[in-house]
Ligand binder design. Structure first.
Ligand SMILES: C[S@@+](CC[C@H](N)C(=O)[O-])C[C@H]1O[C@@H](n2cnc3c(N)ncnc32)[C@H](O)[C@@H]1O
Length: 326
């Protein structure tokens, strides 16, 4: 199934394959491909291109009739993946937010597709890039935008949001116990001068923590701000609704999540779409006419084995859920 490559010598695919792992190691790689790519002639969408690891895996399993459309909102990811995958004739790439998956599929010249992958969150390169401000380990300007042309960055969230809103975000998106105290300290501090850098924010968060924490005290607050900046949960819900509508019969969708908030959304939405009648049980006959549009391929999420977690600790919280359109 490798006849979709222009010329192996020219793009030196085999040789470069290992080097490309330095951008991001794709998690649950074989599990994802085995469950998703069941039609080698089909049209597939990778909503989260990143370093192109999963995309490359999909391309390798497609025949020359199959097509892969990859999406990312990060220019740097696209630039990198073009070097890796530019030699595949049946690969199309779009810079966009995957909440616009229906528009992207249309722009690529299709109406429906046979498989959709979402590997949610940030890549290792985004997280480890000191300039992007995703990590509490570096002292840099507050940013955290996956799409660097987006209007709102972490700076605006931290410096402009009301105390109550900050507290709610830290509590709901970070499950942070000290949400109120952190929000109060931020608001007191920014009256003196704006909070410009991640380092200043980490110092404030540490002051709000009364006890010595097992994990880094800023971990949850940073996660919460990142989710807010990139509107990650709203985008996920919109994208799931649109994606299911874009799948052909027997088409599949796989979603890899990394924390409980995302997984809860995926699990709940998949369950709703997989449920037929939703009438109260006391009704003698169905009045709702609600029909299931999908079936669950994975009743329980697939999680990585010890070997994968041993090799890549970022895989440890990953969960893969797969559905099929009926
Ligand atoms: C975890 S990485 C994906 C890694 C990829 N599967 C690989 O094998 O390298 C997530 C990627 O999805 C992108 N991303 C996250 N949310 C997005 C969204 N709403 N729209 C478009 N791209 C998004 C990020 O910019 C990042 O590059």
């Amino acid at each position: 199934m490798q006849d979709n490559i222009e010329s192996k010598e020219e793009i030196n695919l085999e040789k470069n394959e290992n080097n490309f792992q330095d951008y991001h190691i794709p998690v649950l790689y074989n599990e994802t491909l085995d469950n998703l790519v069941i039609n080698p002639d089909g049209v597939y969408v990778d909503c989260t291109l990143g370093g192109g690891g999963h995309s490359e895996g999909i391309l390798k399993r497609l025949s020359s009739k199959g097509v892969l459309i990859s999406i990312d909102q990060d220019d740097k990811a696209i630039e990198y993946a073009k070097k890796r995958l530019g030699g595949y004739k049946n690969w199309k790439v779009f810079k966009n937010n995957f909440e616009n998956i229906d528009t992207v599929i249309y722009m690529a010249g299709y109406d429906k597709v046979d498989g959709i992958l979402m590997d949610i969150g940030v890549s290792s390169t985004q997280l480890d890039d000191p300039e992007r401000g995703f990590s509490y380990r570096y002292d840099t300007r507050l940013d955290m935008r996956m799409n660097n042309s987006a209007e709102i960055s972490a700076y605006e969230v931290v410096n402009n949001y009301e105390e109550g809103d900050l507290s709610k975000i830290f509590f709901e998106y970070g499950e942070e116990r000290h949400a109120r105290r952190i929000a109060r300290l931020i608001c007191e501090s920014r009256k003196e001068k704006p909070i410009e850098n991640t380092g200043d924010l980490v110092t404030l968060i540490k002051r709000a923590y009364p006890e010595r924490a097992m994990k880094h005290p800023a971990k949850k607050t940073f996660q919460a701000i990142r989710i807010e900046v990139n509107k990650e949960l709203e985008v996920l819900e919109t994208a799931i609704n649109k994606s299911i509508a874009c799948l052909n019969k027997k088409g599949r969708m796989g979603i890899i999540t990394f924390h409980s908030l995302e997984d809860r959304i995926v699990k709940t939405m998949f369950k709703e779409f997989a449920t037929g009648c939703i009438c109260p049980p006391r009704l003698p006959m169905c009045m709702c006419k609600h029909e299931a549009t999908i079936k669950l391929v994975t009743k329980k999420p697939i999680i990585p084995g010890n070997e994968e977690v041993g090799n890549n600790k970022r895989a440890r919280s990953s969960k893969l859920r797969v559905i099929e359109r009926i």
